[in-house]
Design a protein around this ligand. Structure first.
Ligand SMILES: [Zn+2]
Length: 245
């Protein structure tokens, strides 16, 4: 038993003349000397073409498994991104969203299950970019026909505002004698669309009475809420005087 356990133990690595290997190369690495042992494996010290030094397993060096200090991998990834160099652009972000929607990875019920797909040409970001160009700030990718596919004739850069007007479940309402989509009407009244929708659901007759909620007004008009409401009161004298705490 004692003999067997002796046989099973790993012998220490045999002395090897590392000096004879000094100067040999693997990828960007040049062996410069004996390295610190890593566990029970022999390691060598290498200098990388990028200027760093690194300890790696001798066997990895010899087999060519390790070919840099780690900088090579980073370069390959960077090169992949450099091929179009646009991964940080708005267009690329929107292209990625489009792909994940049209392939059912995101919002599956709203896109993939409704049969919305991306045309073959646009599976390539380069083609997409050639057709659409960079996305102007604040805009996103809009399908003109909401039931249509992501393809050049059905897409444009549009504001979220245009997009929401284009939604399937758009609600048309009467505001100051005009028929408008709910979003436009809500903004014209200095309200958030959500506020007007809630009033509509609650069966409140005057959907566009000024809101006491200051944040809505500030958000949608960019104006001071009290000043805005005073102005609105002059235009619509039949509305109740809003009060603020
Ligand atoms: Zn390196």
């Amino acid at each position: 038993m004692k003999i067997l356990s002796f046989l099973n133990t790993h012998p220490m690595p045999k002395p090897l003349n590392i000096q004879a290997l000094v100067g040999t190369r693997s990828g960007k690495l040049t062996l410069v000397g004996q390295g610190n042992h890593i566990g029970k494996h022999r390691a060598v010290l290498c200098s990388c073409d990028c200027g760093k030094t690194t300890h790696i397993y001798l066997m990895h060096f010899r087999r060519g498994n390790t070919r840099s200090c780690g900088c090579l991998q980073k370069e390959v990834v960077a090169e992949k991104n450099r091929t179009h160099g646009k991964t940080k652009t708005r267009a690329y972000k929107r292209w990625s969203w489009m792909i994940s929607r049209a392939t059912g990875k995101t919002d599956r019920k709203l896109y993939f299950d409704r049969g919305i797909r991306v045309c073959e040409r646009w599976l390539s970001f380069e083609n997409f970019y050639d057709d659409m160009g960079e996305c102007p700030e604040g805009l996103s990718l809009d399908r003109i026909n909401n039931n249509g596919n992501y393809e050049p004739i059905n897409c444009r850069w549009a504001s979220n505002h245009v997009q929401s007007r284009n939604r399937r479940n758009n609600v048309w309402v009467e505001f100051q004698g005009k028929s408008m989509c709910l979003t436009d009407a809500a903004r014209a009244a200095g309200l958030s669309p959500g506020c007007v929708i809630q009033r509509r659901i609650a069966g409140i007759k005057d959907l566009f009475a000024p809101s006491k909620n200051r944040t809505h007004i500030e958000k949608w008009t960019g104006k001071d809420p009290i000043a805005f409401l005073k102005e609105r009161m002059k235009q619509l004298p039949d509305l109740d005087d809003p009060t603020f705490e």
